[in-house]
Design a protein. Structure first.
Length: 223
């Protein structure tokens, strides 16, 4: 039987700590969250790999969807500066791992998922782990018609080609949206913060992730 606790400890020590993950709170939730609980059986043995895991084979209505690598998830959470006072939105919640991590940092979490099968899997997995401060929201990842905001934190689980305006509109004043911005010549973790004068952006560092088609299909090509 796989020793997932030992694998989790190794992941934190060898993947996160040496790669600029310094937030004690982020390291804490990664140390305690069983990633394998939020993956279908064929992927459980890969839960602590430093790689994005394709969810599509087990969820036919979710083509091109992934569970992001631990390091990428950690960078997004750290960049968003999540606190227990925050209401958070997890966009592209997938099988629930990102929502579970966010639940350990924020006061409450809405986990937005457009795939019915992924949403059901995530809902069951979160319930099995007795996580009570996450609500699964079914609907377009763009946030169209989403009730529950405004949000202090929004995490986007995948790469987008430009700042998602529909999600920025859901931010509270001083709220932060963390995503991976993917352009032809650069891929970076970015934070967009809503301030009184507009939206302030910060570049964190280079990173890559699979694209979220919900955004790329709607906005077309970037020149």
């Amino acid at each position: 039987m796989a020793d997932y606790a030992a694998q989790r400890e190794t992941m934190v020590a060898s993947q996160l700590r040496p790669n600029r993950v310094t937030s004690p709170d982020v390291l804490r939730v990664f140390s305690k969250t069983p990633r394998e609980a939020y993956l279908p059986s064929p992927l459980k043995s890969l839960a602590y790999m430093d790689d994005h895991l394709a969810l599509s084979p087990g969820f036919p209505d979710a083509p091109g969807r992934y569970c992001l690598s631990p390091m990428t998830q950690a960078w997004l959470l750290q960049a968003a500066r999540v606190s227990k006072a925050d209401a958070a939105l997890d966009v592209g919640a997938g099988a629930g791992c990102s929502a579970a991590l966010l639940a350990g940092l924020a006061g409450r979490v809405d986990a937005l998922e457009e795939s019915d099968s992924l949403a059901k899997f995530a809902e069951d997995a979160l319930a099995a782990e007795s996580i009570s401060n996450v609500a699964i929201r079914r609907g377009p990842l763009t946030g169209a018609d989403l009730a529950g905001g405004p949000y202090d934190v929004i995490i986007v689980n995948g790469a987008v080609p430009r700042p998602p305006e529909s999600l920025l509109a859901l931010l509270a004043l001083n709220g932060r949206l963390a995503c991976i911005l993917a352009k032809p010549d650069e891929n970076r973790v970015m934070v967009f913060e809503k301030v009184k004068t507009g939206v302030r952006q910060s570049v964190i560092w280079d990173a890559s992730a699979p694209p979220l088609k919900a955004f790329s299909e709607k906005i077309g090509f970037i020149f």
